[in-house]
Design a binder for this molecule. Structure first.
Ligand code: BJW
Ligand code: ZN
Length: 244
């Protein structure tokens, strides 16, 4: 379980950088992408999460996103999300980077969240670039359109697309400047996010992985905490004591 070294490190004034992936939301009922119940089991990513897929079959892509929005609207943050929100309140230098598009970190109370892959509850116009709140209810067309006539798409990052530049720069800087890097519930297979823990180690950070399974990161980590993030993160928090 959580080592004494980590508990002691977390009692000091230290800079903590956290990278979360789909696994942290699994206990809320949001399916992960890969693995047994992964979304990709039923839908191939290259059919759905790429600009080419959207160009080829926007109806199918929209069907998939509406289905996922429906799931996300019906779920709530879990103890893992709440523990990270509390960590932000207790320590002065916490950076939370997420690959998730579900908004559950903010709903749990985390205020500074770097959303690398966008937000599923927003739309973006392919023509004018306007970003708006998801319009499913008032826009029932199979492929919704913007006021300007352009096609709307979910405001997320698909394979082959660049990540938001400033968010990426802030995330990289935090990874390189932290004392402890927590990689939580990510398969660590999708770049550039998967490179952040490695950047952190190279810069001298203590890498801790929280996951139910082994990942390509496990061999690199200083500490591997095997189990559900909803169990482990509250335990980690309990060891830190009051900081301010
Ligand atoms: C639990 C748990 C519990 C379960 N508790 N744990 C370098 C090398 C190789 C390839 C590339 C590279 N650089 C770029 C690439 C290409 C590509 C890429 O990475 N490909 C790889 C697959 C090989 N990357 C990109 O294309 C990125 N763009 C880019 O690099 O642009 C460059 C560019 C510059 C300038 C111009 C143009 C381009 C974009 C990547 C976008 C990823 N998008 C998606 C979809 C987002 C929208 C949506 O949600 O629909 O993001 S794909 C999908 O994967 C989603 C996720 O955020 C992402 C990561 O998945 P994650 O979170 O790790 O989930 P899972 O399911 O894989 O894993 C869950 C884990 O949880 C598992 O380990 C479980 O064990 C664990 N778990 N329950 C704890 N209770
Ligand atoms: Zn428009």
């Amino acid at each position: 379980m959580v080592s004494r070294k980590l508990t002691e490190m977390m009692r000091e004034e230290c800079r903590i950088c956290i990278l979360t992936g789909a696994g942290i939301s699994a206990e809320s009922g949001v399916p992960t992408f890969r693995g047994e119940d992964g979304l990709w089991k039923r839908y191939r990513p290259e059919e759905l999460a790429t600009p080419d897929a959207f160009a080829r079959n926007p109806e199918l892509v929209w069907e998939w996103y509406r289905y996922r929005r429906g799931i996300i609207r019906g779920v709530a943050p879990n103890p893992g999300h709440y523990a990270l929100a509390e960590l932000e309140r207790r320590f002065s230098a916490v950076t939370l980077i997420t690959q998730n598009v579900d908004g559950l970190h903010r709903r749990a109370g985390s205020r500074h969240v770097l959303e690398l892959h966008g937000n599923i509850m927003q739309d973006r116009c392919q023509r004018c670039g306007a970003v708006s709140a998801a319009a499913d209810a008032r826009n029932a067309e199979p492929v919704p359109r913007c006021r300007c006539g352009g096609l709307l798409r979910p405001h997320v990052v698909w394979f082959g697309e660049p990540l938001p530049q400033q968010v990426l720069a802030d995330a990289q800087a935090a990874a390189e400047a932290c004392d402890i890097f927590l990689a939580v519930g990510t398969s660590a297979r999708v770049y550039p996010a998967a490179a952040f823990p490695l950047l952190a180690i190279r810069a001298g950070a203590y890498l801790v992985e929280v996951n139910t399974e082994e990942t390509p990161l496990s061999g690199e980590a200083n500490e591997v905490l095997t189990g559900k993030s909803g169990d482990i993160l509250p335990m980690l928090l309990a060891g830190t004591g009051e900081q301010r």
